[in-house]
Design a binder for this molecule. Structure first.
Ligand code: PEP
Ligand code: MN
Length: 361
């Protein structure tokens, strides 16, 4: 995408130093809850207040949000504290209501990002209104859908767009509610120039305990900010009770967050980093050359198999290679998971190449 997406510096946010902190309840529930939470978050220095007004629940019958009256409560928070406001919009009606209420930043939820029709309608409703929009990743790990939603908004003239990483759902059981798949947001950032990425540790974690370590990881990966669910009484929350922090817990998290610089401040450290990077680059070259040589041999094996009509897959041999590799991994202090993933990938490429030899040449 040839974009003119603006960096966060142009968003005119208060407290815009990295990391941008957005916090507030999963859902606005009552005037008292919204105001009390807002006051407490302001007191710990949060600059942007979030609250869900219309809740896209996976199943009917769950709490589906208080609706537009919640926008009035959010505005009371803004008047009392000066915090900027953000909420989720999932259709054109939400867009009109949120704009009318003076919401400062919109976000598109994970279920909506997965639906190109819905995103297109929202993008069209936003034509001529260059309001900042954060786009959550889709529920499924499909980076093209995420990219496509951003593209639709951008085509409507929105230039203040951020990716909001909330993890991806999958079939396999994991310690996360939504698996982070950290490589996907990194890929998005490589594909779209300037796009800021924020992390939503609450929806990745699904529980309070994991929120701090996910937040730290996002900072280590140079994310622009965090959106964390915070409620004045999380245990009584009507939605996502387990993954909301009290403002006090959030304050603790923020105080312990280590923000690393892009570059080392001291020149000696910077020099030694650069020296180490040169060494890494050299090793990467050696690995690539070795891989290329290895694949050439795979092709030769493919030719021998073709001439002699032998199967590509030789399960015994593969099992022995893997077993051997696991032992060597241990001896060399490498993680077995890493080495087995690497070998699986090399093996798959070998099979593909031999398949080409057997069938196409
Ligand atoms: C939310 O932020 O409360 C929400 C519903 O998030 P998601 O779209 O990531 O599920
Ligand atoms: Mn939520």
């Amino acid at each position: 995408m040839n974009t003119n997406i603006e960096t966060l510096n142009n968003w005119n946010l208060k407290n815009s130093d990295r990391p941008i902190i957005i916090a507030g309840p999963c859902s606005a529930e009552s005037e008292e809850q919204v105001i009390d939470t807002g006051d407490k978050l302001h007191a710990i220095g949060v600059g942007i207040f979030r609250a869900g007004i219309w809740k896209p629940r996976t199943r009917p019958g769950c709490f589906e949000g208080v609706g537009s009256v919640g926008l009035e409560w959010m505005n009371i928070v803004k008047k009392r504290t000066g915090m900027l406001l953000t909420t989720e919009v999932a259709n054109v009606k939400h867009v009109y209501e949120a704009l009318k209420a003076g919401i400062d930043i919109l976000w598109i939820g994970a279920r909506t990002t997965a639906s190109p029709f819905a995103v297109q309608e929202i993008a069209e409703a936003l034509k001529g209104v260059n309001i900042p929009v954060m786009v959550k990743n889709p529920v499924n790990p499909d980076i093209d859908l995420w990219y496509g939603a951003i593209e639709r908004l951008h085509n409507s003239g929105i230039t203040k767009i951020a990716g909001l990483h909330r993890g991806f759902s999958g079939l396999s059981k994991s310690k996360y509610r939504n698996d982070p798949h950290w490589q996907l947001p990194i890929k998005l950032r490589q594909q779209i120039k300037n796009i800021p990425i924020l992390c939503d540790p609450s929806h990745i974690a699904g529980n309070r305990e994991l929120i701090p370590s996910i937040s730290q990881k996002a900072m280590d990966l140079n994310y622009a900010g965090l959106m964390i669910e915070s409620h004045n009484n999380p245990d009584k929350a009507l939605s996502d009770a387990k993954q909301q922090l009290t403002p006090k817990q959030l304050n603790n998290l923020l105080k312990n967050l280590i923000i690393r610089d892009k570059k080392a401040k001291n020149t000696k450290a910077q020099e030694s980093l650069e020296e180490l990077r040169v060494k890494i680059d050299e090793f990467d070259d050696v690995i690539l050359e070795a891989l290329s040589n290895r694949m050439e041999i795979s092709k030769k094996i493919g030719n021998v198999k073709k001439e002699n009509n032998i199967n590509i897959i030789q399960a015994n041999r593969w099992n022995n290679i893997l077993k051997d590799a696991m032992e060597k991994a241990k001896e060399n202090g490498l993680s077995e998971k890493f080495v087995s993933n690497f070998y699986e990938s090399v093996h798959q490429e070998s099979i593909n190449l031999q398949n080409d030899v057997l069938n196409n040449s």
